[in-house]
Design a protein around this ligand. Sequence first.
Ligand code: ADP
Length: 373
Amino acid sequence: MANVELREVTKSYDNQGTLAVKPLTIEIKDKEFVVIVGPSGCGKSTTLRMIAGLESISGGGMYIDNELVNYIDSKDRDIAMVFQNYALYPYMTIAENIGFPLKMQKAPKALIKKRVKEVAEILQLTPFLKRKPDALSGGQKQRVALGRAMVRQPKVFLLDEPLSNLDAKLRVEMRAEIVKLHRELETTFIYVTHDQTEAMTMGDRIVVLRDGHLEQMDTPINLYESPKTKFVAEFIGSPQMNVFPTQLLYENLDVVAVSFNGKGVELGQACKDRLKTDVMAEQIYAGIRPEHLILTNETDPAAIRVQVDNVEHLGHNVNVFFTISDRPEALAATLAVEDAPAVGDFIYLKADANRWHLFDRHSELSLLEPLSL
Ligand code: ADP
């Protein structure tokens, strides 16, 4: 059990001033499941490895349980790390692999045996304890790696893309298993992934990194409902949010509408109420999620007419792709399967007027106050 705090932590690999991690301040609470997510190269692994003590810290303070650990050896930080490639010892049995960290600590044999048995039971590995890693499936190997982390009862679990070597179905199963494990162990988990779905489904809170800096740290629902930046808006959600450059339209100095495919469409009252008080911009980015575009007909005053370029069938619904005047790349609308149009059809769509996201064209920061949930 431990909280983990990064205060203005930086990392420079080349000592020439380029920072792989820019001053990063995050506070992870005791027993929290925090996911660090972001595109490849944004500094996720570096951050995790600095927490683990596997990478030196160039600046700032790293605290575990309110204790400065910058100069404390990895093995003395009471953390356990699970890697993507499992890192199991091929010549040892599963029992020996799981018990290895305790053996290194010179724990009594009887204790090792007892802990290995307990851990194997939680992870449903008991039938495999005498086997070698080669005789196990990918998912089972990953559970052994988790077991080896659990056996020491560390204060913090660090997991670096632990599921990326598994096939899609197994990944979904292991996602649920790891969340369950976190609930049972009541320990702090810090989990790195580039996969936003993994982040959204597993994390109590999510840290979104971009180019070594923090874009937003929030709950999954807040990231979805109230992204602070255009980057977060586009990173969280699948298919990704439709974001395009456009204009805000004013009436007597009040924002009333947004231009959507050349047409002024009114913003909903709830959306207008959330506008930051100092908004004066005309040129903005507007965003609407595919699931907040609704099929309508030409008599609807909010309707825009678009031609369907592509249709993706997902079973229970369809993603329909089309382009608008403000953006050359395709936009998406998620529609019910009964409403699926054919490629080439002209359809009428409107945005749910209260689900618009608006961003400053230059800073790319949201122009809306966060939704209070
Ligand atoms: P992520 O885990 O998000 O993919 P990393 O933390 O691995 O990102 O990398 C962040 C940045 O630091 C990248 O630009 C990467 O090239 C650089 N980097 C990572 N490890 C090293 C290293 N050992 N030496 C030099 N640069 C590195």
